[in-house]
Each structure stands twice: as structure tokens, then as C-alpha cells.
Ligand binder design. Sequence first.
Ligand SMILES: [Zn+2]
Length: 269
Amino acid sequence: MNETTTEILALPAFQDNYIWLLRVGGYAAVVDPGDAAPVLAHLADSGDRLCAILLTHHHADHIGGLAELLAHPQTSAGLPVFGPALNNIAGVNRPLSGGEIAVLPELNTALDVIAVPGHTLGHLAYYGASLIDSNLGALFCGDTLFGAGCGRLFEGTPTQMQHSLAKITALPASTFVFCAHEYTQSNLRFACVVEPDNPDVQCRSREVAAARSAGLATVPTRIGVELATNPFLRWDEPAVRIAAAAQLGQPPQNAVETFAAIRAWKDRF
Ligand SMILES: [Zn+2]
């Protein structure tokens, strides 16, 4: 469906958030506008019209700019605002719970809506299977998956989050993952402790350190990179299971227990 190239820009916000902006032919959609200012600056500079807002979850650093954007003259009247139905967020007029399709006609794009409870119970991810090009997809996952990490479990259980992450890793390994925070470098410090003998983690740590000292973003990441280096996805890996066993005092019985032990360890790290 995506016949024209979609440009995807990172608009930095706050300390370490990214607001992702999709643009095609004078129209733009934004994901998780926690702050209106960087979005309004883009609209002023580019002349783009805002045609849709997508929200992954209800935290203030993801929705805080919504009211100001909806009131702005460069925002189309009746603009669709997609977001989790569970949270009754003011301004959301396309409440979603997963399994729907978010159609963005101005961008000639439709995104699959995936329920990914864990960080929050209503958390959503948006996936475009051919958003980058005809065979290359993009996932906007909010605070569910980060570079070498995952979101904290503020509302959901380890079982819910592990199942949500497994849905994400079932997508093609080439998929670009647009995370909502620049956390990769600090997450890799933890990954190095979980898997000190994983050469991919060591290699990625060096690459990410170089990128950060050059002031570059380390996201989007890709699912294949995360599968090789992210301890929160490597519940089947013997070294990660051994690290989880050391935390638990006994071997984990399954993938959820392994994930839960690694998540609890990171919370104390
Ligand atoms: Zn959050």
C-alpha cells in the first residue's frame, strides 16, 4: 500500500525521548508527542500538515503535547488520534486494543496495531510491513522494547511482557524498531554483565559508545540486532538462563521465569 517513500524523522524531546515523525508529500504523522514544541517546530519549518497522531501508551512523556497539537492551525480538523482504549486518554478518537489497522490515507499507509501489555496494560505497538520499502518493515513500540533493553513493568506481569516481546521478535529480523528512548548505551552496560562472553554484545557496546560520543542516535535498531544482543529477548540462551539461575538461586523453569529474573535484576542494577 505504501507506494511513496515514507521519511521517518526523530524529533528529540526532554532528556532522552524520541518523537517519531512520518512524512510523505506535505503530510506528517507523529508517534508519542510528549512535547508539542519539537513537532510544531517541524511543522513551521517544513510546511507539513499534521494528519494523524499515534499514541503507544498513556505516560505523560508520550502524550503531553497532544492538547496543544490538536489546537494548532496546521492540524487538520477531525484529525485521527489513535491510542489505547483502556486508558481513556483525552483527545483519542480512535481507541484501539490491538488487532486493528490504523489507516493513514494522507501517508498512503496502513499500520497493524499490536497489543503489547507489560510496561502499561493498554500499551500498543504500530507495525508497517512495507513502511521502509516493499520488503522492509518498521515497528513503533513506545516503551516496550529498547536498544538492548525493555520497558519496566509498571502495570503488567512478567508473563504479559514476555509474551509481548515474543510477538515483536516474531516479526522479520530485518524490521526497523523505532524505540521511544535513547537508552541503548546504559542498557548495554547491563547486557555486558548478563552475558560477558557474548562477542555481539561487546561489539555493539563499542559501536554504540562511538555513536554516542559523535552525538548520534542509536535507534532505530533492528530485530535481528536485538535478538543477538538484548538479554531481555534471549530467554532461550544457555548463558542467560545460567545468569537468571544465579539471581533466582535455582534454574528458571521456563522462558517467563528467565525473563522475570533478568527484569528484576535490571530493576536493582
Ligand atoms: Zn512509559
